[in-house]
Design a protein around this ligand. Structure first.
Ligand code: SAM
Length: 306
């Protein structure tokens, strides 16, 4: 199984350069990145700490989040190949019910760098999360997608979604009566509904902030050529690594927390063996059937809605 783990950034980079499919670095991602050559990564997909007081976070301040990103983002741009992509997935920082959208901070740094261009601000929406009573409950996060240069890799056909009305026909013009939709499927758009990894989600393995493999999978297929290198500096449980592996891309990840590193290692091994538990990208969102018990309205609900 071609999954290797290193404590030395030098050896991690050397292993990747010699063709290892999945390389995990245990330590601070900045240490690893500083050992990585220029233009050596096709695609970075990551979700950094949001400074929300999770067990793996030292700070709770947006100021520190911005300061850390002023260091890491220029380095990420340096290691990205010309024509490569950077996908930064973030939500909101919330303090005393005051909301700061963290993608503003990311844009304020990357938007100033002439080497990269923002291509999409993808809204990732999901059905579950904390209930709020003094504002609307948050049910989306974002992915900012930047490319390095304008001649960039983008394989739309690899991520097309089923057409909503495949049998639709042209209703006027010389081709009137012909089917009008692209038979390969539609562009998935920039609002993606993908269940988050909560409750009984099949991918849940104990990391407090896993994103779904399907989210990373769409980015991997569209933005990285086969056998290309996908990097996740804040790897967590290696959801990005699983997406890369099951789609025949190589992976480099960094994780500072020993427990999560073990989790990531085991998960990557299972991805290489073909046994990783995954919710497929194309699986429809669950909707209860009218006869299901969860779809029945209890008596006291009726009084409220009358
Ligand atoms: C939001 S989580 C990423 C979760 C991941 N996307 C997944 O699906 O499992 C951020 C991760 O970054 C790790 N981390 C924080 N600071 C780090 C650093 N300086 N270098 C490497 N990893 C770091 C944390 O331990 C945590 O696991």
């Amino acid at each position: 199984m071609d999954v290797r783990v290193y404590k030395s950034p030098f050896h991690a980079v050397r292993s990747l350069n010699s063709g290892t499919s999945s390389v995990l670095f245990i330590g601070d991602c900045i240490e690893l990145i500083r050992n990585m050559p220029d233009e050596s990564v096709d695609l970075t997909i990551t979700s950094p700490p949001y400074c929300m007081g999770k067990e793996y976070e030292k700070s709770r301040s947006v100021k520190d989040f911005i300061a850390a990103h002023k260091i890491i983002l220029p380095e990420i741009v340096r290691i990205t190949r010309s024509g490569g992509s950077i996908c930064w997935q973030v939500g909101n920082h919330v303090s005393n019910q005051s909301v700061y959208p963290l993608d503003y901070a990311i844009f304020s740094v990357l938007g100033e760098m002439k080497e990269v261009t923002l291509r999409n601000r993808v809204i990732w929406t999901f059905g579950f999360g904390m209930h709020q009573s003094s504002r609307f409950s948050g049910r989306h996060e974002t992915v900012l997608w930047f490319t390095k240069g304008s001649d960039y890799f983008f394989d739309l056909d690899a991520v097309r979604a089923p057409q909503k009305y495949p049998g639709k026909r042209r209703y006027k013009g010389p081709r009137k009566g012909e089917f009008s939709c692209n038979p390969k499927g539609k562009n998935p758009g920039d609002v993606w509904e993908i269940p988050n990894v909560k409750a009984a989600h099949v991918e849940k393995i104990g990391h407090p902030c896993q994103f779904p493999v399907a989210l990373a999978e769409r980015l991997v297929r569209a933005m990285c050529p086969k056998e290309g290198i996908v990097f996740d500096p804040y790897m967590g449980s290696a959801s990005t690594g699983v997406a890369a592996t099951i789609n025949s891309r190589r992976f480099l990840g960094a994780e500072i927390n020993r427990g999560y590193q073990d989790m990531a290692y085991r998960r990557l091994l299972s991805a290489h063996e073909g046994t990783a538990r995954i919710r497929p990208l194309g699986r429809p969102i669950y909707v209860a059937r009218p006869g299901d018990s969860v779809a029945q309205r209890p008596e006291h609900f009726l009084e409220v809605f009358q």
